[in-house]
Design a protein around this ligand. Structure first.
Ligand code: NDP
Length: 335
């Protein structure tokens, strides 16, 4: 359960493990609901925004109620014509063993039809983070063969996929991450042309100049703050910055003041914030592409899987210290 609204960094104690009385594993007679057995829960940075009462685009969690988020689940019972017992689905569910979803609409709960990959992939590469990489990079950044691409938080759920999309597009791709183990993954698993540990660089602006002597055509922004400040003077003319997220800012009471904001004017750079939820009409075309990529063995994917609901709070807050190596998932039940 979510304990109460917070400020600053989230802590494990902001979430409470609670046991409720036995529940009936049936949907109420005559209802339109679906009863889910949750299998995998997704830990995502935006969930931090839901721990604060603010004007965020997603509703805040309710104190005393279960945390909610993306999950992969099995349908145990259904009064809804779109779902039947035995279906696997992904969408919004509670951080609980079983969730009763009232009147699910097809966009909040999606039936899983393609099962040639592990079901947990629907919390990541075939779910919201995969779509985020696709929308931010393939759609909004207008990439072209031969362009130079920089990705921050590059080994995470979204970043590892962006790097691979960029390589498939014929781009030169450099990523940064917060440990040498992650840098190794970037170079030797995800196919990045080069990578560096941003925590070991004293002067990020100079570092980026070294990797991109002719400038960055596309910066896939996951981090914000000092990282963005260092990127701006390194952008090439007519560069693009899809602003996916700014994780370095989510726990600050006051956002970092970013310098170098005249650079986009001088370089005619297009910075564009986006929210993946506005783009789910593209999900069918995304899935067709991904199925082909998996068939052709063009994609690789790393998950960081912990087991048990009791492990979920630490897994979620670990996103903000970079503990996750790859997509952070919590397995709560066997398929
Ligand atoms: P990740 O799997 O990449 O996990 C978060 C990572 O961010 C950590 O592992 C850590 O990696 C890095 N990080 C954490 N704190 C900081 C910090 N203070 N400074 C620099 N890096 C930090 O998460 P996702 O791939 O799920 O999300 C990546 C970004 O995309 C986030 O900003 C998220 O909010 C955004 N997002 C936006 C969406 C949209 O619709 N616009 C949808 C989904 C995600 P490291 O060790 O490398 O520091």
């Amino acid at each position: 359960l979510f304990r109460d609204y917070i400020s600053g960094f989230p802590k494990e104690t902001d979430m409470i493990l609670s046991t409720s009385a036995t529940i009936k594993l049936k949907v109420p007679e005559g209802s339109n609901s679906v009863l889910l057995k949750n299998l995998y829960l997704s830990c995502d940075p935006y969930m931090r925004c839901r721990m604060t009462q603010s004007d965020s685009y997603v509703a805040a969690f309710t104190p005393g109620s279960p945390i909610t988020g993306y999950a992969v689940s099995e349908v145990l019972d259904s009064g809804n014509p779109n779902f039947e017992k035995g279906d696997y689905v992904w969408g919004f569910a509670g951080w609980e063993q079983y969730s009763l979803i009232k009147n699910p609409d097809p966009s909040s709960l999606r039936k899983i039809n393609y099962t040639d990959v592990p079901l947990s992939y629907y919390t990541g590469i075939l779910g919201m983070p995969g779509m985020t990489a696709y929308v931010g990079f393939n759609v909004l950044a207008s990439p072209k063969k031969g362009e130079s691409v920089y990705v921050s938080a590059a080994s995470g759920a979204v970043g590892q996929i962006v790097g691979q999309f960029a390589k498939m597009m014929g781009c030169y791709v450099v990523g940064s991450a917060g440990s040498n183990e992650k840098v190794d993954l970037l170079k030797n698993k995800f196919g990045y042309d080069d990578a560096f540990n941003y925590k070991e660089e004293a002067d990020l602006t100079a570092t980026l100049e070294r990797y991109f002597p002719k400038g960055i055509d596309i910066y896939f922004e996951n981090v914000g703050g000092k990282m963005l400040e260092a990127v701006l003077p390194n952008m090439a003319v007519h560069g693009r910055i899809p602003v996916c997220g700014m994780i370095s800012q989510y726990n600050l009471q006051k956002p970092d003041g970013v310098h170098n904001l005249t650079q986009p004017v001088l370089k005619r750079v297009r910075m564009e914030g986006f929210n993946v939820s506005d783009h789910f009409h593209l999900y069918p075309e995304f899935m067709e592409l991904m199925k082909q990529y998996f068939k052709d063995e063009k994609l690789t994917y790393v998950e960081d899987m912990v087991e048990g609901l009791e492990s979920a709070p630490a897994a979620l807050i670990g996103l903000f210290t970079g503990q996750n190596i790859g997509k952070q998932v919590v397995k709560v039940a066997h398929e």
